[in-house]
Design a protein. Structure first.
Length: 459
């Protein structure tokens, strides 16, 4: 009988899309045996538990200096944010790297990779956010994959987008030709500006009107442009945090035509609807796009089930509650983003699998396998397989907790405060090491790695 460094015993694992009760053997950082006889120098009893591949959250915002100027900003960095991820069963996070004025992607990525290597407890990938384009920046895009980066990101909602639209189309084309995935925030700047000014002019500046300042049509128009970019260039595009049925319809039509259009949603749009803005502290729910209607929520759940929504990413962008609900904020001066890392996997299981909206294998696809494939990590990450990294989550499907303020994020509130959630990670293993157990993050700061990636692949 072989003896390994670690054996996870008797859990119900999701392997190759099927559920199987097996033992999993680990040597060093790698899975070396699934099923059969084995012994472990360390053993974890997972009987009655699920064993899932470590989740990959490809969309987080952990503050690096200068993103929000001198005012209030997001409160998590690579240390606290990655600790929150591990507590939530997430072993790899993808941070948005905002390039500074005049900074080229490789410079910005190395600047932020240095911070991640010093601070992160989970593994990290980075996405360069393009704002001011230049010939030198465009020329660097084809070289990113050779350095281990396989994405670019831009915002259609920024005032800099339309004046540079030809450059953004060129960036998308060069990215696609080079094996990169283009991530796009799909909201139309002109429509948002017009709608916001209409609200201010009519005296409706309160955040209860926030959904009207970023209407569904602004998301639909921008999503149609993203699809057009994919159709024109052949490049794969990834629509981040899609929120509405109408925008999903656009993507589904594109997918039916064989276009390489991939869709991410976030927890806000699965669990909450727009009436939350009527609450006295409704500002705490502000995200971009806004919360939508119940029919939008149901459409996105259906998209997760049928495969037209491929990924759930948190868009974790946490503020303090005081900053979020500061008096005087209007529809024009909101602070977008909420904390999600610690609860998103548990809530997706509780509201999805337990409610019959998702199968367990589909949960694994949208939280691990699909992001691993799209972001150039599969099969090292995103699956339980011999030769893969031993990123494993022992998950108690019957453990019920009441959501309160986060334990590891520096955010001091949750938009899901008081929710009863059944199904929680109890042990998170990162590359063969127990990184979270017994409500304690054990992985030290700096133990996470910045991962090199290969070309994006179709699902």
């Amino acid at each position: 009988m072989a003896t390994y460094d670690l054996v996870v015993r008797g859990g119900l694992a999701v392997i190759g899309g099927a559920e199987s009760q097996v033992d999993i053997g680990v040597v060093g950082e790698t899975i070396v045996q699934i099923g059969g006889d084995m012994a472990g120098s360390t053993e974890i009893d997972a009987k009655g538990m699920l064993v899932l591949p470590g989740a990959i959250d490809p969309h987080v915002h952990l503050t690096s200096p200068g993103v929000w100027g001198t005012g209030p900003s997001w409160v998590d960095d690579f240390d606290s944010g990655s600790a929150a991820a591990l507590a939530g069963g997430i072993t790899t996070i993808g941070n948005m790297t905002f390039l500074r004025d005049g900074e080229l992607p490789l410079e910005g990525l190395e600047r932020e990779a240095t911070l991640a290597r010093e601070m992160a407890r989970a593994d990290v990938i980075l996405h360069p956010v393009l704002r001011q384009l230049s010939p030198a920046l465009l020329d660097q895009i084809p070289n990113l994959l050779a350095h281990g980066w396989n994405t670019i990101k831009y915002f259609m909602s920024m005032p800099t987008f339309d004046p540079q639209v030809e450059g953004y189309l060129e960036a998308t084309a060069r990215a696609g030709a080079s094996g990169l995935l283009t991530m796009i925030h799909c909201e139309d700047y002109a429509i948002i500006e017009f709608a916001t000014q209409q609200l201010l002019t009519s005296g409706r500046e309160s955040l209860r009107y926030y959904p009207e300042s970023r209407p569904v049509v602004s998301e639909v128009v921008a999503t149609e442009r993203a699809v057009a970019f994919a159709a024109t260039t052949g490049a794969p595009v990834y629509v981040v945090h899609l929120s509405s049925r109408a925008a999903l319809d656009v993507c589904q039509r594109a997918q039916a035509q064989g276009l390489p259009v991939f869709v991410e949603t976030r927890p806000l749009y699965l669990h909450l609807t727009r009436e939350r803005f009527e609450e006295p502290d409704g500002a705490k729910y502000v995200g971009q796009p806004p919360l939508r209607e119940p029919e939008d929520v149901e459409a996105i759940w259906a998209g997760l089930q049928d495969g037209s929504v491929q990924v759930v990413g948190s868009d974790h962008a946490p503020w303090s509650l005081a900053a979020k609900v500061e008096p005087g904020l209007t529809v024009a001066t909101v602070r977008p983003g909420v904390e999600n890392l610690e609860v998103q996997l548990a809530m997706l299981y509780s509201e999805g699998v337990r409610q019959g909206r998702l199968s367990l294998s589909r949960l694994v696809e949208v939280t691990a396998a699909n992001p691993a494939k799209l972001f150039g990590l599969f099969p090292t990450k995103g699956c339980i397989a011999i030769g893969s990294d031993a990123d494993l989550v022992v998950f108690d499907p019957n453990l019920t907790k009441t959501v309160g303020a986060p334990r590891y994020s520096q955010c001091d509130y949750s938009v899901y405060d008081g929710w009863q959630v059944t199904g929680w990670p109890v042990t998170t293993i990162l590359r063969g090491q127990v990184a979270y157990e017994g409500d304690a993050v054990l992985a030290p700061a700096g133990s996470g790695r910045v991962l090199a990636r290969h070309a994006t692949r179709k699902l």
